[in-house]
Write a protein that binds this ligand. Sequence first.
Ligand code: SAM
Length: 334
Amino acid sequence: ASDDDEQASTLQKRQKERDQNVVAKHYDDRPEVGRSARKESPIYGLKSFNNWIKSVLMQKMAYPALTQSRSRRTLRANLTLAGRVLDIGCGKGGDLQKWRSARIKEYVGVDIAGVSVSQARERWRDWRGDKAERFDATFAQLDCYRHPLDAELPPKVFSEPFDVVTMQFCMHYAFETEAKVRMMLDNVTSYLRPGGRFIGTVPNSDILLNSLAEAQESDPNALSFGNEVYRIRFDQARGPLYGHRYMFFLEDAVEDVPEYVVYWEEFVSLASQYGLALLYKREFHEVYAEEAENPEFNALLKRMKVVDDDNNSAMDPAQWDAANVYLAFAFEKR
Ligand code: SAM
């Protein structure tokens, strides 16, 4: 029996390594298309909406932690850059411009996908324009769910704490094992100052499991659900708290990449062991319902082309449905 156990555990280990490589390779293989090509995407509306959600989350939940570190004088003048941001799973640097608008002083971006990290670095380097707006940045390739940040980042990065840690559309990849989630939480909290914020976006376990239960009402053997834009396919209907795997497909974005359910209540309780207190949790549809009328965020909706001047959505119903797979969250470090 012990031979069998050993063999099973070796097989499991190999499966996990394959999953990890699939994730890094998937993101590295996706070409960085320019802004104009992005507009051609069949899910342009959904992508813009996701970007709008991230901007709203940053402004509502991260800005307070950034401005706390700004002196009154610089706040009044709104000139000096301030605040340090750690972006775990930074990808190709899709949020760099948003952080520039936040007038941060320093940005650190890490991601498991090496090509993506290089593209993020290039994007930052290529900025011309007003030098005063260009914040310092450090980038590194790192599996942040298996290694501590200081394994790849230079010591100078840790000489001051971070005001904000951000993890956008990437935390769920850690939920393969509890050890990975703990490593991830170590990396999130070790250098986050008390009062600092941890913000992110992640698939909503309630929506995932309720949608699967609904699919099983018409077909008890069903393991998948979705529409013409996205599809989620579980290995098993009920799974362990860590390692409950499903394959995710999103048109023109993610092709059948393995992901893991983030059991939300369990996560909040684990996060509290790391000094993180939940401040904000909203489904994407709720963010829209609460914020779309706010004049500042309404103007942003239009600028980001999520809606046109008459407030008609750029998303069809299938994209709108797909959008609500995710939730936005913010924690504060106590
Ligand atoms: N945060 C970026 C954004 O919002 O545009 C990228 C999001 S992309 C959907 C998910 C990112 O998580 C990918 O760039 C992927 O390489 C990264 N990722 C997955 N597993 C990771 C790990 N173990 N360590 C660091 N990054 C990881």
